[in-house]
Structure formats: C-alpha cells, structure tokens
Design a binder for this molecule. Structure first.
Ligand code: HEM
Length: 508
C-alpha cells in the first residue's frame, strides 16, 4: 500500500495499462494455444469485431429463435461434413456424426458425459436440482450402481404390471378431450399431453394420483414448468444471473425447486415408513428402488435427485413427441387413416389396450419412430474425451467436449430420403430402407445408445402407443392453419405453437 501511495497518477495509469495489456496478451495467447489444437477441424465462419474470442457466438445467438440449435448444427453439418467444431470464448464443441462416430463415442469408447453441460441440470444457479440423479451423474462407478438399481424397475415384465395405469390415465384424457370435441373449440395439445405424461409418471413411478389432467393449473405441473424455465434461461443466456430483469424469474425458480424437493422428501419418507411398518404400499418404481437399495442407510438427497430426474426425464420428452405426432398426423391425413385402420383392426372400440395388442400395432410404432426421427426430443447429447481419439480419420484432443446428434442423423438424406417428409412407412420391416439396413441403431438413435441410453424407452413406447391408438379411435382432427409448424428448442425440442387443433368426435 505504501508503495502505491508514493506513485503519481501517471504512474498508476501506466501500471494499470500495462497490467490490463498483460492480461489481454495472456487471454490472446491462451485462446491461440487452445484453438491451435483444433486447427485441423473445420468450423463455421465467425463474425464480429472480437471474433477471435467470440467465435460462433453471433451465429448461435441470432439463429437460436429461428431454426434452433439443432437446425443450426444441421446446416453446418451440410456445409462442413461429419466432423466440425463450433466455438465461443473458451468453449470448443466438436460435433461428430455418422454411424462409425456414433458407435465409437457411445459404445466402443463409452466416453464420460461432459460435466459442463450436465452441471447446468444438476446444479443450476448453484442449487441442487437433478444433482447426482441418473441423467446427470458423471462419475461412472456411482452411475453404474444407480443404474443397476433402476434397471429392475424398467424391465418389460415390471412395466407390464402398470398397464392399467397407462390405460386409465389415457382414458381420462380422452374423456376430457371429448368434452371439447365440437369442431369449434381450439385445443392446444402440448399442455394436455404434458399433464398426461406427468400423471402417468406420478402414478407408475411414485404411486400417487396427481390428477393434473382434470385441473387447469396443477401444483406439481406448475413447479416443474418453473424449474424447466429457469434451466432453459441458463442454457440460452449464460449471463442471466447478473441481469436485474431476471431476478424475479430466478427467485421463482429457487422457490419452485425448494418446494419440489420438499414434496419429494415427504413422499419418500412416508414410503420408507410404510415399508418399515409393513403397511400396504403400491408396487411401483419407488418401492422397487427402496427394496433393492443396498446402502446401509438411505441418502435422502440422492433419492430426491432420482425422484426429480424421473419426473422431468419422464415427462417432457414423451409429451413433446406426442404433440409433434398429432401435428404431423394432422398434416398427413393418409398416415392418420392408416393408423386408424390398424387400430380398428386390432383394438376396435375396446378402451383397454393390452401388451399383446401393443405388439400388433406395427404402424403405430412406425408413426412414433418417424416422429422421433424428425423431432428427437433430446436432439443432441454430450460426451468428453479423456485422451486423444480418432474419429473418421480426424484426431480429437484429450478433454474435448464432443456432441452427437440424433437430429442430424435423422435429417440425413443418405439414410432418410426426403427427410422433411413425414413417412412412417420407412420404418416398416419390409421397406427398402429397412432391407438395405439404412435404418439401424447407428443412424436412428433418439434414445441414445450404449450403457447411458434411455432407461425409460420402453416406458415411453408403451405410453405413446396407447395414447396414439386411443386418440385416433376417438377423434377426427383439423389443425389450426394459423399456427407455426416450426419447432422450438429449449431444454428439449417441442412444437413452436404447442400443436393447436380442433377436435370432433370420430365420424363413420
Ligand atoms: C420419447 C421419449 C424419450 C426420449 C426421446 C428420451 C431420450 C433420452 C436420451 C437421448 C437419453 C440420453 C441423454 C444423454 O446422454 O444425455 C435419455 C436418458 C434418460 N432417460 Fe429418456 N427419453 C424419453 C423418455 C424417458 C422416460 C419416459 C423416462 C422415465 C420414465 C426417461 C428417463 C431417462 C433417464 C433416467 C435417463 C438417464 C439414463 C442414464 O444415464 O442411465 N426417459 N433419454
């Protein structure tokens, strides 16, 4: 301090100037060295005065509302080829595409998840949200233990026992929609299927009747929406935490998270108590988890992480795909009629759909798959290299953030000609694409692949097929022509205007 006190203003200015210059030189050198490691990997054109630092930030921001991140990287894939990088400030993402790359990343090398991406879900705004739940656990050994526990609960023969719940909740939604099926009342499908998905996961996984289908605003539904909105904001705007006009949203996010965690804690505690007291409990996923838990005592925060993870992973993704499916069926009446023909043949007017019935619904499966191809709800997922690897002959340095995209693959005309067309037939076993093996696990992977694939995929397939079958059994649809048929990418990919339809009771 004494030294500073003896300096003149001019000397202090010079000192500040030289330390700022040194800092800038340091940043420039650091960025130069970082980018040099990736020099051989092409990237989209950068723009702006500070583009050496900001990289592709301008393009990422300008296009995020228009075609979304997935649309943007698809454009870059078409321009730059299967391996390319995108960068902004210190972050470099390498997008790797094509069957060989996807197999290598997800199966052969079974790379770790990228901590930076998943931390946004795990600990947004420095709060514990999904924490060390199954989606966000980075530590492989810990993840393996949890996954083994959950695998029990997601086996087909266990899910089969919940078929009543899947049917009952879908019937409830049909009943509600019937009350609006006058051909004149506009129905936005996304919130409806969102509540359906929430009520199904609440009942099948956690044994309680949430009953949001019949409520205009549901307590849990609202809390989850607030939670997801907060995380979305953080994803699209890293500076959100210092913006005064976002303070209210952040406060609401934190309150909702707190309430959700308290709700989960109470529910889990009650179940543990009931099990200890040998009370009658539902044989749901929570009971299976508690019974198979092999720790000495329960780590409550860990269980809450899992509880929230299943609520969120089990709701958003399926709901988005169901809303997109209705939108596409509305735009493609011939697919709608084919679907109905199949349902009429195998189900008729029965309002209970069994597992055997589901096995017959081949075209229904194709409709669901085609929807997931065109609009994978999780359009990208991230991994991290721990040592240098080679993909498609391109060397990728250690500690690189890698990205695989079911969206890019699903829109590649090499495997899916006329990718913008909705053609469920391409997934029929006898289709030329199936015969040529153009559609396989490495070209169509909306549930990801390898050990960290989606544990809920059978769950989602059952839910989707039952809903679609019941929907065409009951209704004719007309789309609201004024809506956008575009997509909106937040945490997941969803229909931009939520899928607006006019329903009528089915005519014969
Ligand atoms: C159409 C519906 C669904 C799609 C497209 C989907 C997609 C995915 C994808 C791509 C992943 C990998 C994510 C990553 O690597 O970051 C994933 C993981 C996961 N999904 Fe799904 N999902 C769906 C439905 C569900 C449902 C219904 C549940 C629960 C009932 C669920 C629970 C999970 C969980 C817990 C994980 C993490 C698995 C692990 O890392 O071990 N998902 N899902």
């Amino acid at each position: 301090m004494d030294l500073l006190r003896n300096l003149t203003l001019k000397e202090i200015g010079l000192l500040l100037f030289s330390s700022t210059s040194s800092f800038l030189i340091y940043l420039t050198l650091k960025q130069y060295i970082r980018l040099k490691r990736y020099r051989h990997i092409p990237h989209p054109k950068t723009s702006g005065l500070f583009r050496f630092f900001t990289g592709n930030l301008n393009e990422l921001q300008a296009l995020k509302d228009d075609i979304g991140f997935s649309g943007l990287i698809l454009k870059w894939f078409n321009e730059l080829g299967p391996v390319f990088k995108v960068y902004f400030f210190g972050e470099i993402i390498v997008s790797v595409n094509g069957p060989e790359a996807v197999k290598k990343v997800t199966i052969d090398l079974d790379l770790h998840k990228n901590d930076l991406t998943y931390n946004l879900l795990a600990f947004p705004y420095s709060e514990r949200a999904l924490g060390t739940g199954l989606v966000t656990e980075i530590d492989k050994d810990k993840w393996k233990k949890s996954r083994a526990l959950f695998n029990h609960a997601f086996q087909r023969n266990v899910l089969k026992t919940f078929l009543d719940e899947f049917n009952q909740k879908s019937n409830l939604l049909m009943e509600k929609l019937r009350s609006k099926a006058d051909g004149k009342t506009m129905v936005t499908m996304f919130p409806e299927v969102n509540k359906l998905a929430l009520d199904i996961i609440s009942s099948v996984a956690f044994g309680f009747n949430n009953n949001s289908i019949n409520q205009s605003e549901n307590y849990l539904n609202k809390l989850i929406i607030n939670l997801l909105e907060g995380i979305n904001e953080l994803l699209v705007d890293p500076l959100v935490q210092i913006k005064p006009n976002k303070l209210k949203m952040i406060k609401e996010f934190k309150n909702s998270l707190k309430e959700l965690r308290e709700f989960s804690r109470d529910h889990i505690n009650q179940r543990i108590k009931d099990l200890e007291n040998k009370e009658h409990v539902p044989n749901d996923i929570l009971t299976i988890i508690i019974k198979n838990y092999d720790g000495d005592s329960f780590d409550m925060d860990d269980l809450i992480d899992q509880f929230l993870t299943f609520f969120i992973a089990g709701q958003e993704t399926t709901a988005n795909s169901l809303a997109f499916a209705i939108l596409e069926l509305g735009r493609n009446p011939e697919s709608f009629l084919k679907l109905r023909e199949e349902v009429d043949k195998y189900i008729g007017f029965r309002n209970y759909i069994s597992l055997d019935d589901l096995a017959n619904l081949d075209y229904t499966s194709c409709v669901f798959k085609e929807t997931l191809r065109k609009y994978p709800p999780a359009p990208e997922f991230s991994r991290k290299t721990h040592k240098e690897i080679e993909i498609n002959g391109v060397k990728i340095p250690a500690n690189t953030w890698l990205m695989c995209s079911p969206y890019i693959s699903g829109h590649n005309p090499e495997y899916f000609p006329e990718p913008e067309e909705f053609k469920p037939e391409r997934f029929l076993k006898e289709s030329e694409f199936s015969k040529k093996n153009l559609i396989n696990s490495y070209t169509f992977f909306p549930f990801s692949l390898g050990p960290r694939n989606c544990i809920g995929q059978n769950f989602a397939k059952i839910e989707a097929k039952i809903f679609l079958a019941k929907f065409v059994q009951n209704f004719d649809i007309r789309l609201d022509e004024s809506q956008s048929y575009g997509q909106k990418e937040l945490l997941t990919l969803r229909p931009k205007d939520g899928c607006r339809v006019y329903l009528s009771q089915r005519s014969f």
